[in-house]
Design a protein around this ligand. Structure first.
Ligand code: VGL
Ligand code: ZN
Length: 211
């Protein structure tokens, strides 16, 4: 009786989910699109995983010849941009190819408690930074509906990269009505042309709690 009336902490937080963004080998030192210090955050991410009642992971998951790869566009180099039907797209080195070792989660990531893995960027013609929408900002991944149906009302994000997949996921989470926090100490950024400062400001202005 007493126990039933006093649910434990994890149950009290049952409407909260941790979303771990793209903690994959290719975004860590030695990977194809290494984020500086990307592997340093694994212990902090693991602590968040252990403390979270619900855990969702995202996994960047591109087919060979993906339209976000510079190599797909003759004459283009990584970090240049190209005009796509859905807007400007930054071009990247080939990374997170479906089934490759680079697309695997970091070997020390405690991924086993994850209840869902959202794969994104699996359509050749469109990239997907956000866990919620592809880069046209219209095509859903299904995550918002999943979280709603599970009764999740607030989300905490961490992972890689702060200024791309973490930031766009956080902005979409707020827009979808989730109370949204980003644990900056458990993120690392790419910082392309000042993108880290710009996206941090955009998150703050949108109402994302930056921890
Ligand atoms: C990401 C660039 C390309 C990310 C993914 O996870 O932030 N960035 N694909
Ligand atoms: Zn990608």
């Amino acid at each position: 009786m007493a126990d039933a009336a006093r649910p434990d902490l994890r149950e009290a937080m049952a409407d909260e989910a941790l979303i771990v963004i793209d903690m994959q080998n290719d975004f860590c030192p030695g990977g194809a699109l290494a984020v500086e210090g990307g592997d340093e955050i694994v212990p902090a991410v693991n602590r968040l995983i252990d403390a979270s009642p619900h855990v969702v992971l995202t996994q960047d998951w591109h087919p060979a010849g993906h339209s976000s790869f510079a190599s797909t566009h003759p004459g283009k180099a990584p970090f240049q941009t190209v005009a796509m039907p859905y807007g400007e797209q930054t071009l990247w080195p080939e990374h997170c190819v479906q089934g490759s070792a680079g697309a695997d989660f970091h070997p020390s990531l405690r991924w086993t408690s994850a209840e869902l893995v959202i794969r994104k960027g699996f359509r050749r013609e469109i990239d997907s930074y956000s866990a919620f929408f592809e880069n046209d900002h219209r095509t859903p991944t299904g995550l918002a509906g999943y979280l709603r149906e599970r009764g999740i009302r607030s989300v905490t994000l961490c992972g890689l990269a702060t200024d791309f997949c973490v930031a766009f996921s956080a902005l979409d989470a707020v827009a979808k009505g989730f109370s949204t926090s980003v644990v900056l100490g458990a993120c690392r950024g790419i910082d392309l042309n000042g993108s880290l400062a710009a996206m941090t400001l955009r998150m703050r202005d949108a109402g994302v709690r930056l921890i």
